[in-house]
Design a protein around this ligand. Structure first.
Ligand SMILES: *Cc1c(COP(=O)(O)O)cnc(C)c1O
Length: 394
């Protein structure tokens, strides 16, 4: 056992089924482990390292910032936070304001608080119910785990906060609305649930229905946001105007940051919500640089080109292995292959690691790909070569 594994096993709580690999460095979509073995990374750290590992522009921006000041608290104005908010709102095209936290779960907690405060004040009766979907994933705090519509995640830790109701699908939401409903929260492409995109017409119908009933639409874009689908937000891709949007994973290029943004600009007053670390100089400087890089790549057409290339290579790979994969799913750089069974999927993932390419699992039987948006054609080609070897050695 290496020293790291020994220390981890002795001192870190065993909440993760870790793979037996320790990475020591990275360069865009390339990784090197402690034995010097090289890998192509099709995961970008679960959609986090959106502009690649060791991105020089992000690192330079961070070094420059932290050599001046890293943190002061939200009791004072912070220039990079204000600029990050402007960049996020402008890229979204929505008329919104932002609140900064540190993670996806914290962003969703903020969204839930916005919905509850809105429901408290707006209407005849106090509205507090939030409808979410089966197979959703919204986080690991007590409240967001309850917002997550997967019964297996509610085995312990109760009692939970009241007021979460699970719909089987978007079409099933209407049946569950009552005069206590304040919001509906959805992922437009369910990430952990199996890279499952929602039907566009169903989403439009839902948005229209909720607007007519003055019920908020919260879109959890923690995984789909920051150009993951090829557009800045999946909400842009679906051409809807949500009331509340949450972001986190890809926003800081690896630095922890989460955002809840809303068109309800007056819903919170001073003291209603807060965060010690949220949007400090470090994280919001990283976010500003990530947003600048990705905006440039988006506007030059590079994002669309690499999304198209990855998709065509994935299609080839899928067509070559139909005995193992049953369906290609996802949008943009958030894609997957349904695998015939969970055992085969586990073997594909461990063989892939042996052959030098990192891929993810989603849901019960989906092979998931979340590559950096800066991945090159060469890196994609190498990755699929290794994946083909992984299948050959099944
Ligand atoms: C990852 C994820 C979360 C949780 O984010 P954390 O940063 O782990 O708290 C919430 N919602 C969705 C859709 C996610 O993919």
């Amino acid at each position: 056992m290496s020293n790291t594994v020994e220390l981890d096993k002795k001192y870190v709580l065993p909440t993760y089924a870790r793979a037996d690999v320790e990475f020591v460095s990275g360069d865009n979509a390339r990784l090197v482990d402690a034995n010097g073995k090289k890998y192509i990374d099709f995961t970008s750290g679960i959609g986090v390292v959106s502009v690649g590992h060791a991105n020089k522009r992000v690192n330079d921006a961070i070094y420059k910032q932290i050599s001046n000041i890293t943190h002061i608290s939200n009791l004072y104005y912070t220039a990079p936070q204000a600029r990050a908010a402007q960049k996020i709102v402008e890229a979204s095209g929505y008329d919104m304001k932002c609140f900064f936290g540190n993670s996806g779960a914290e962003a969703n907690e903020g969204a839930i608080k916005i919905a509850r405060k809105f429901g408290e004040k707006d209407g005849e009766v106090k509205r507090y119910k939030i409808i979410t979907l089966q197979h959703s994933f919204h986080g690991r705090t007590i409240t967001t785990v309850k917002a997550t519509g997967q019964a297996a995640m509610h085995n312990y830790f109760g009692p939970y906060p009241d007021g979460f109701v699970y719909a089987d699908s978007i079409a099933d939401v209407e049946r569950l609305l009552d005069n206590h409903t304040c919001a509906v929260m959805i992922e437009l492409v369910q990430g952990e649930g199996g890279v499952q995109p929602q039907d566009k017409q169903a989403v439009h119908d839902l948005a229209k229905l909720l607007k007519s009933k003055n019920i908020l639409l919260i879109v959890d874009e923690v995984q789909t946001g920051v150009y993951r689908t090829g557009e800045f937000l999946a909400s842009n891709y679906y051409e809807i105007e949500p009331d509340v949007v949450t972001l986190a994973k890809g926003l800081g290029g690896g630095v922890p940051i989460g955002v809840v943004m809303t068109s309800l600009k007056d819903v919170f007053s001073a003291g209603d919500h807060g965060s010690t670390f949220g949007g400090n100089y470090l994280s919001s400087t990283a976010a500003c640089e990530v947003l600048d890089i990705l905006k440039e790549l988006y506007e030059s057409g590079s994002v669309a080109k690499i999304v198209e290339y990855f998709d065509s290579e994935l299609e080839k790979f899928y067509n070559a292995h139909k005995e193992i994969f049953t369906l290609k799913v996802g949008i943009g750089m958030m894609c997957g292959l349904r695998t015939k069974d969970a055992d085969t999927l586990a073997k594909v993932i461990s063989n892939a690691r042996e052959e030098g390419v990192m891929v993810l699992k989603a849901g019960r039987n989906t092979l998931r790909f979340l590559p950096a948006l800066t991945i090159t054609k060469e890196e994609i080609d190498e990755g699929f070569k290794s994946l083909n070897r992984a299948i050959a050695s099944l």
